[in-house]
Design a protein around this ligand. Sequence first.
Ligand SMILES: [Zn+2]
Length: 173
Amino acid sequence: MENICDHKNCNKSGKYKAPIEKDNSQKFRWLCLDHIKEFNKSWDYFKGMSNLEVCYFLKSDMTWHRPTQSFSSPDNFFRILWSSTLNKNSDTFNNGAFQMKILKNVNFSEKDRKAFRVIETEVGAKWEKIQCQFKKLVKKYHPDMNSGNKKFEEKLKIITLAYTQLKLTYKGK
Ligand SMILES: [Zn+2]
């Protein structure tokens, strides 16, 4: 029996295995050549993140609010996160599910420092400020805000990963 590509609205034959999570859970889905290429490309964005971070990233609080959305593709995750960030009525940032730690006298890692630079805030900025800054940057670089031009999408992904990095740090992992 032939597998059909698991990508949304794709009916090509799925001959390539794509891991659902970057752990050892053996879970995977089948994709066609075009979609496995796209998948591999976006998967590279997780380079340098630990398995825990990737898992957390894919299962962040975003998913709790939109249980019907599929997050199995990192690329899909980015798009949903961005459109949710742009949505005024979004509750992305208003969840009370966790309290951000107040970070005093913390030795930030080199990764954190880099993330602060990417987000364009001073090291150790208040979490609220980081959120505001992230929102501002998503607005600035989102394709929808640039007449559909995707030239800033790579930059936006890097910004998103920096934001995620800081979120993990502030949450205390
Ligand atoms: Zn496909």
